[in-house]
Design a protein around this ligand. Sequence first.
Ligand code: FES
Length: 245
Amino acid sequence: MNSYLEVWTKYAEFSGRASRSEFWIFHLLNLIIVTAIGFVESRAGSPGVIGLLFSLAVLTPSLAVGTRRLQDTGRSGWWQLLVFIPLIGGLVLIVWWAQESAVMPRPGQTQDSGRLSERRQTSGGVPTIKFVNEKVTVEAREGEDIRSVARRNGVQLYSGPHKVVNCMGFGACCSCNIVVKDGTENCSPKGILEKINKWINPLLGLKLLSNPEKDVRLACQTKVHGDVEVETNPPVNWHGDKFWN
Ligand code: FES
């Protein structure tokens, strides 16, 4: 939901980059909303004015997020003009929009199949994330969520069946839970999904109970604005002093 709202807040922002989840969540939710509006209007015998107004309202942010997504893959937003080539143009765009973010190498840094081959702490205001279990430090974009950074750099956040089945960053499954060991102040505050899941999702509830003094977060809902250290897959500690208290 945060990703969806974020696209609306960047209504006509054509510069910068957009992650895959930001782009696809925006379009998926819009599709659901338009379908729901169409259904209600058809039942009410309405000519479809509300659906039309919503579609018009969504046009500019759709173009903007499409542009930012293409820029995130290292392409110009003007490639969206491909949409005017019937079928083929749309298919090409869908493939590009689904591609991983391009890692932009910095001076002295090499790129190896989309993964940073050099793991180091950087300076110059670029946020870095240290995955302590994996012993790697990678760069993040300002305001990028930890899940996107981990996936781009081949860091596995999920365990067991969640490696295959998860909510892909919607903030629903809680399988991307992590512990922020350092740099809590550089993370976005907990959003509504994390606050609700704390009470209704047993997976997150168990991790919070097991790590009462630690900052347990959902990687997909945690955006970074500076250097942080995180622990992936924090264990459930059934025997912890405070677990049963
Ligand atoms: S991926 Fe499901 S909550 Fe983060």
